[in-house]
Structure formats: C-alpha cells, structure tokens
Ligand binder design. Structure first.
Ligand code: PRP
Ligand code: ZN
Ligand code: MG
Length: 224
C-alpha cells in the first residue's frame, strides 16, 4: 500500500491564490492557510498543498515533481513553449478548465498611434514577460520583431524608452489606460486550469483525483 499523499501546487499569493483556496474549501478539503509555510497538509484528506510562485507550477508538473497544479493557461503555455525550444520535458494532462483567472495576453501600443494589424509591429521592440507566446504568434504572421524581457512593470517600458510596444496581461484594462496605452491585438485568451503530471498513479491517488474532479465539476455547475 502506498501512503504517499497527493501533492497539489497552487500559487502562494496573487490573483489565483484566493480563488484556489475558495475552490478547495468548496470541495470539502480542510486546510489551515495561516502562517507562512511552503507546504500545508489537508486535515481531512491525504492531500498536501505546495504554495509556490505561479511561474514555477508548470515546470513542477512537467518534471513530475508534483501531482496536480492550478495555473493560468498563459503561464502554462509560455513555459511549455520555452521547454519545447530547450528540449526539456514539456508534457502535462489538462484535467479541467476552471471558472476563474480569466484574462487576455495582448499587444498594446501608445494610445495616439494607429494600428492596422500585426504588420505594424514589424521591426519594433516589444516589452513582455511572455516572449515565447509572443514569438509563436508573430512567427505565424511572419512578423519579425525584437523583445525586451521584463518580469514586471512592463507597462512603463514605452514611456521609459525601452520599447515601442508591450505584450502583457489585460484584465480590466485599467493598467493600460493609466499608462497611456491601448490594446492593439489579443494574442492569447486565458483562464485557470487544473493540470496533472504525466505517468502512473496508484489506485488510491487515482480515486482521490476522481473524487476531487467530481466535486470541482459540482462546484462550478452550482455557480452557473
Ligand atoms: C497584470 C498585468 C498588468 C495588470 C493588468 O499584473 O501585468 O499589470 O495585471 O490588469 P488590469 O487590466 O486589470 O489593469 P499583475 O497585477 O497580475 O501582477 P504583476 O504585473 O506584478 O506580475
Ligand atoms: Zn507570475
Ligand atoms: Mg502588472
């Protein structure tokens, strides 16, 4: 008999964290999130939660280090494309798209500039945290560009003279508005997803995952 607990990676803090806590609670998983711990044990099920940076979740799944993860599709796709390019493990199983974390990855430009399509981005420098998704998209349009990699404050890059345009997540649009930018092109639409590592699971873990999935379906349907 295998006694190992099911390991689920979720975001430690940020947009998805609160929603994840809420989802787990509604699924009947009892967890005490107080304190500043990396691993928390569910009180009533053989589940351990790993609280990590969202950027790390796709890799933890693709390397088979954790069993399940909740992550935004944008982050997941960015890491997948990067790993494909590097020849590193990049597979996962998508168990279910969730009903939160909705946002879009868009190219934005100075609000006073005109935009007639992707060709207008040819030869431009675009600041982004998602260089691989951006390249994948613009390669398909046959548009050559250069990037300026930033992990934060992407929206100030044009004003700071670092880039001609940006490619960043947009939710309400307030950040673009506040920085004199306008959305020119949506390149990726994202929601949170529940993903699973590749490979085998013992009977106990398989049953537990099934039970969780059934409950998640119920929780989402109840809200619809
Ligand atoms: C994202 C993104 C924008 C903002 C967009 O940042 O980078 O800054 O949200 O949202 P809005 O359209 O509602 O203004 P986030 O706050 O997730 O964190 P980060 O930039 O610090 O990573
Ligand atoms: Zn992040
Ligand atoms: Mg931001």
């Amino acid at each position: 008999m295998q006694t190992e607990r099911l390991r689920i990676a979720i975001q430690k803090k940020g947009r998805l964290a609160k929603e994840c806590h809420e989802l787990l609670k509604r699924c009947g998983v009892k967890i005490n999130f107080s304190g500043d711990r990396l691993i928390v044990h569910a009180e009533n099920m053989p589940i351990d939660l790993l609280l990590v940076r969202d950027d790390d979740i796709p890799g933890l799944i693709m390397d088979g280090v954790v069993d399940l993860g909740v992550i935004g599709e944008n982050e997941l796709e960015e890491v997948r494309l990067e790993r494909v390019a590097l020849g590193e493990p990049n597979e996962y199983v998508k168990l279910r798209r969730l009903d939160f974390g909705g946002c879009r990855l868009s190219v934005a430009i100075d609000k006073d500039k005109t935009y007639n399509g992707p060709q207008d981005l040819a030869g431009k420098r675009i600041a982004t945290t998602y260089p691989n998704i951006l390249k994948d998209y613009l390669d398909k349009q046959d548009v050559k560009f250069s990037t300026c990699m930033l992990n934060g404050s992407v929206e100030v890059a044009p004003r700071a003279g670092l880039a001609d345009a940006i490619c960043d997540l947009v939710s309400t649009g307030a950040t673009l508005e506040a920085n004199g930018l306008k959305e020119a092109e949506v390149i990726f639409r994202s929601k949170a997803v529940l993903i699973q590592r590749m490979g085998e699971f013992d009977a106990d873990k398989t049953a537990l995952i099934e039970r969780l999935l059934t409950r998640i379906k119920g929780v989402i349907q109840a809200k619809e």
